[in-house]
Design a protein around this ligand. Structure first.
Ligand code: ZN
Ligand code: ZN
Length: 270
């Protein structure tokens, strides 16, 4: 059984519940540790970041709750760093998830919002060429590979969020695969750990986690490492579909997941 979730959001960013509620929900679900991963600030206006000036208090509050629940559950202070945010100190956190949420075209276009936004950016910025959008999307992960403070690769193929219902992308096309696999290779080479992220399942958009089974198996063949997390934005999603994620990992041949233990990542067999 998976006993850690390092990807959670609280009311310090766009989550619904307090840090303490999330910690208690994790404990109730049988987890022995939880990582609180606030959304980093962003270089554009949005309603989901934890603002720069609140980050020190965010860390302090996580530490305070860590002390309160010591011996019951370990609490880590993390950051979900968005790669578009270049000038940010990533060193104060116990771990960092490096994520891509947008395409740097025509300002920024979100890949995470809704099917209509996806349909619009494909038409307006890529003349309908979904493979070109995928190339731009995956190329941004080079920033995660180059960032020494980044530990985990967040929701690697997030751009396919709406594909089970809308089929915007062509994950089996040669160009899509080349772009995804090149990014993956660079990230694996840099020692980054990929999360199997069940967030879109709890939000009703998908039945399978990120990355897709095909990419997950490719990751296994490359010798990549994984962790399992739910990207929970509320207490209900705390261990959403962890059993399915573990099953998929096992099906691709993974024998262990990597978990944060104290200050270091270590493998746990399953
Ligand atoms: Zn994210
Ligand atoms: Zn997240």
């Amino acid at each position: 059984m998976i006993r850690q979730n390092l990807h959670t959001h609280t009311d310090w960013d766009d989550g619904s519940n307090s840090m303490e509620s999330m910690i208690l929900a994790a404990k109730a679900a049988g987890l022995t540790s939880i990582g609180l991963s606030a959304h980093s600030p962003l270089p554009y206006e949005n309603d989901w970041e934890c603002p720069q000036e609140r980050l020190p208090a965010f860390i302090a509050r996580a530490r305070e709750l860590g002390e309160k629940y010591a011996g019951q559950i370990d609490v880590y202070a993390g950051l979900e760093w968005d790669v578009t945010m270049r000038d940010i100190d990533l060193s104060p956190y116990d771990y960092v998830i490096g994520s891509v949420h947008e395409l740097p075209v025509d300002g920024y276009r979100s890949v995470d919002s809704d099917p209509q936004t996806t349909s619009q950016y494909l038409a307006e910025c890529f003349s309908g060429d979904a493979d070109a959008a995928a190339e731009v999307f995956f190329a941004q992960y080079a920033a995660v590979a180059r960032e020494p403070e980044a530990d985990i690769v967040g929701h690697f193929d997030l751009l396919t969020k709406f594909d089970e219902q809308y089929g915007f992308f062509r994950p089996d096309s040669a160009r899509y695969r080349r772009a995804a696999l090149a990014a993956m290779e660079e990230l694996v080479g840099a020692g980054k750990i990929f999360e199997i992220n069940t967030g879109a399942i709890s939000r009703g958009w998908r039945t399978t986690p990120y990355p897709s089974p095909e990419l997950l198996c490719a990751l296994r063949e490359m010798g990549g490492r994984i962790t399992i997390s739910s990207d929970a934005h509320s207490t209900q999603g705390i261990v959403c579909a962890f059993d399915r994620a573990q099953e998929l990992a096992g099906g691709c041949g993974f024998k262990e997941i990597w978990t944060l233990q104290g200050g270091v990542f270590a493998p746990v067999g399953f």
